[in-house]
Design a protein around this ligand. Structure first.
Ligand code: COA
Length: 266
């Protein structure tokens, strides 16, 4: 699968951004360096990845010590988190979006145990204990917000946000906040626009009035449904980390796409 086949016809903005200049590639490299520096310095949040092997959602990482080492969440991050959490629960045309709870672990297990779902996520198929651990770690992360997607009273998916201060380069300061984005939907509910509906509502909430500066995510180029979803919601394909990730079978190196949506894009 080639990312250029994902949405060339349907997403002109992404198509435009595919002609990466050397400068863009350099900037992408810098972004990753800054991301790593943030994590090394123990600042609020540790990166931007959705599915890569160095997942920037700290609570999605097997290395829970990294989460425990984060001492405190910066005030703008707390404020953004509180504002968005305060807007939940929310009703979309078909879904209720509400904060995930420990009681949702069994529902999360039902889809995060499926190899087709976890293939492009930062963890392998989960057993019930693994799902419980994941939910516990998500909920213990003060810089993260986990949203359950409820359809007719049953949890069928999740959307996860994690926040960090936009500016990490002293001496400039900023109260702006960035967020990473991840999502998964039960395979039995895919193909109906439910994920687009849920993520679209969350994006509106996150970048809307009083909202944060930028949402960013990474998607393995092979994860076509995810790239299409981001396209549909107006995300920009900023660039591609070429041959960045070894596929689970260990034979192919996947490209890793960098997507973003700015408040100022809207
Ligand atoms: C990424 C993921 C959530 C996308 O799921 P999805 O069902 O393809 O996305 P949506 O729910 O938005 O549905 C879109 C599909 O429904 C169709 N659809 C049907 N009714 C629709 C409606 N009312 N509105 C929008 N789309 C509709 C769309 O045409 C589209 O199908 P297509 O891709 O064949 O064109 C899902 O593939 C998944 O959970 N994958 C595993 C986890 C993962 O990879 N997460 C992302 C990591 S970065």
């Amino acid at each position: 699968m080639n990312h250029t086949g994902v949405c060339g016809a349907s997403c002109p903005r992404a198509a435009r951004t595919r002609g990466l200049s050397a400068g863009t590639v350099w900037l992408l490299c810098c972004a990753r360096v800054v991301t790593l520096r943030v994590s090394h310095e123990g600042l609020a949040t540790l990166g931007t990845m959705c599915a890569s092997p160095e997942p920037s959602d700290p609570a999605d990482s097997p290395d829970v010590a990294a989460v425990a080492a984060v001492p405190a969440v910066a005030a703008p991050v707390s404020a953004a988190h509180a504002r968005i959490a305060g807007e939940l629960p929310r009703q979309t045309s078909r879904l209720v979006l509400r904060e995930l709870t420990p009681a949702d672990a069994a529902a999360v297990h039902a889809y995060r145990s499926v190899p087709e779902v976890t293939r492009y996520l930062g963890h392998p198929p989960l057993d019930p204990d693994g799902a419980r651990d994941l939910v516990d770690r998500w909920l213990a992360d003060p810089a993260g917000l986990s949203v359950a997607l409820e359809l007719d009273g049953a949890v069928v998916g999740d959307v996860r946000l994690w926040f960090w201060p936009s500016s990490v380069k002293a001496p400039a300061t900023s109260e702006e906040v960035d967020a990473g984005l991840g999502y998964a939907l039960h395979p039995g509910q895919q193909g109906q626009g439910l994920a687009t509906e849920a993520v679209g509502e969350i994006v509106q909430l996150v970048l809307g009035p009083g909202g944060i500066r930028r949402i960013t995510t990474r998607v393995f180029a092979a994860a076509t449904p995810s790239s299409k979803l981001l396209c549909r919601l107006g995300f920009h394909l900023d660039g591609v980390d070429r041959a960045a990730v070894l596929a689970p079978e260990g034979e192919v190196w996947w490209d890793d796409e960098c997507w973003s949506l700015l408040r100022s894009d809207r």
